[in-house]
Write a protein that binds this ligand. Structure first.
Ligand SMILES: [Zn+2]
Length: 101
């Protein structure tokens, strides 16, 4: 859910710029921001995949701490870059992300 901008627009998930969304599912001000966000999510997802599988399959002591440390690193990176993570809303019936009213 993108926070509402005082001018009635939205705030880009990637760069934080205010923009006027053309539909409810739009979360980024421009294609470059969407691509950058998705590329980072894929890289982070690959790291988390290995950490989560190690935790679940090998059941090594301390493996869950690796997962939470990774997420903390991601949040620190986002703060340093001026990004604030917020949840997506996904509607499986439409296959689209929608904003809560
Ligand atoms: Zn942007």
């Amino acid at each position: 859910m993108a926070p509402a901008h005082p001018a009635g627009g939205s705030v880009c998930r990637e760069c934080g710029a205010a923009y006027k969304a053309t539909d409810l599912a739009q979360e980024f001000c421009r294609p470059a921001c969407r691509i950058a966000w998705n590329n980072r999510a894929r890289l982070r997802g690959a790291k988390l995949y290995e950490a989560v599988m190690t935790w679940r399959v090998l059941r090594q002591p301390g493996a869950l701490a690796v997962v939470t440390a990774l997420v903390s690193t991601f949040l620190d990176e986002d703060r340093a870059a001026g990004r604030r993570w917020r949840p997506r809303t996904f509607n499986p019936k439409t296959g689209r992300r929608e904003r809560r009213k």
